[in-house]
Write a protein that binds this ligand. Structure first.
Ligand code: ADP
Ligand code: AMP
Length: 215
């Protein structure tokens, strides 16, 4: 079970990866979550990454490829993994191919979350995350049971710095320029499966389970 979740920021990749990972018993590997953890921990990597993340830019390829190489070598990835938010550039995709070759494994496929820009903006502006356990909510589309509190751990929910409107516009432009070319890249490799992600969360989940064969 080795899949990439590809698509614009706010498409629902993290929401669906968390659900599928739990069901399939494989780790969800989110480079965004790992980078935010490094920022919180104040490591040299976190300090470097923060500048790019706050500006809505991508962190340099060598940094993210190194993080993923180290993570995929861990034992819990042997049965598979869901890559959420990586790769985001053609050099990252090439780096990933090298890492997978080193591990002697291949990809099952790439799920492409197709959603219009207006939907992305609406989703990002209402997104709230738990700073403790990384659970994701939406004030309208996926609210916690108690407003502003995480269902899982009770922490106060926060808005991500990069979900502010100006940064969202920049992230969408970066997506078009640097990440969207991967749609063709993986289509040509015969790995791409499109998900109509502009539908309610449960419907998108059902389609993903059908496409990935997870019962
Ligand atoms: P990504 O990981 O692609 O950036 P998220 O999974 O964090 O996106 O989703 C962005 C926001 O949209 C979150 O607030 C999430 O709760 C909400 N969301 C996710 N999927 C849907 C959906 N199908 N319909 C409505 N809102 C959604
Ligand atoms: P995400 O949580 O996936 O929305 O990512 C948040 C931010 O982390 C992005 O805007 C980038 O600054 C950085 N980031 C996450 N994943 C990557 C990646 N694969 N390549 C470069 N930057 C990344």
């Amino acid at each position: 079970m080795r899949w990439i979740f590809l698509g614009p920021p706010g498409a629902g990749k993290g929401t669906q990866a968390a659900r599928l990972a739990e069901r399939a018993g494989v780790p969800q590997i989110s480079t965004g979550d790992m980078l935010r953890a490094a920022v919180r921990a104040g490591t040299p990597l976190g300090l470097e990454a923060k500048r790019y993340m706050d500006a809505g830019q991508l962190v340099p390829d060598d940094v993210t490829i190194a993080i993923v190489r180290e993570r995929l070598a861990q034992d819990d990835c042997r049965r598979g993994f869901l890559l959420d938010g990586f790769p985001r550039t053609v050099p990252q995709a090439e780096g990933l191919a090298g890492v997978l070759a080193e591990l002697g494994v291949g990809l099952d496929g790439v799920l492409y979350f197709d959603v219009p820009d207006e939907v992305v903006v609406e989703r990002l502006s209402g997104r709230r995350i738990c700073p403790e356990c990384q659970a994701t909510y939406h004030v309208r589309f996926d609210p916690p049971r108690e407003a502003g509190r995480c269902d899982r751990c009770g922490a106060a929910l926060v808005q991500r710095h990069d979900d502010k409107e100006e940064t969202v516009r920049e992230r969408l432009a970066v997506y078009r320029r640097q990440t969207e070319p991967l749609v063709d890249y993986y289509r040509r490799a015969g790995l791409l499966k499109r998900v109509a992600a502009d539908r309610p969360i449960d419907e998108v989940e059902a389609e993903i389970r059908r496409l990935t064969g997870v019962a």
